[in-house]
Design a protein around this ligand. Structure first.
Ligand SMILES: Nc1ncnc2c1ncn2[C@@H]1O[C@H](COP(=O)(O)OP(=O)(O)OP(=O)(O)O)[C@@H](O)[C@H]1O
Ligand SMILES: [Mg+2]
Length: 65
């Protein structure tokens, strides 16, 4: 899978580190997830297309959180 990191070289405070999501071993990556991550990375340096907020819509238990 391609690398979706957008924060290379950026130092994080202790508080920020605590806020970073850790992917559990049981996590199954979906095509949607890969597509969205790619869109975010590809447009990160474009001031007009940059995606900094995402609204997730889906049934209870579908994996939004
Ligand atoms: N990508 C995934 N890989 C493996 N398990 C998953 C994945 N997404 C969700 N699950 C499982 O499904 C459960 C429910 O997912 P989650 O809590 O993200 O649902 P939700 O869409 O946020 O629901 P709600 O609307 O009720 O908050 C998780 O606790 C986990 O066990
Ligand atoms: Mg939820």
């Amino acid at each position: 899978m391609r690398d979706f990191v957008i924060t290379n070289g950026r130092p994080f405070t202790k508080l920020e580190q605590q806020m970073i999501w850790r992917k559990p071993q049981s996590h199954q990556t979906s095509q949607e997830e890969i597509r969205i991550a790619g869109e975010i990375k590809d447009n990160w340096l474009d001031t007009e297309l940059k995606i900094s907020n995402i609204l997730l819509e889906g049934d209870a238990g579908s994996g939004k959180t």
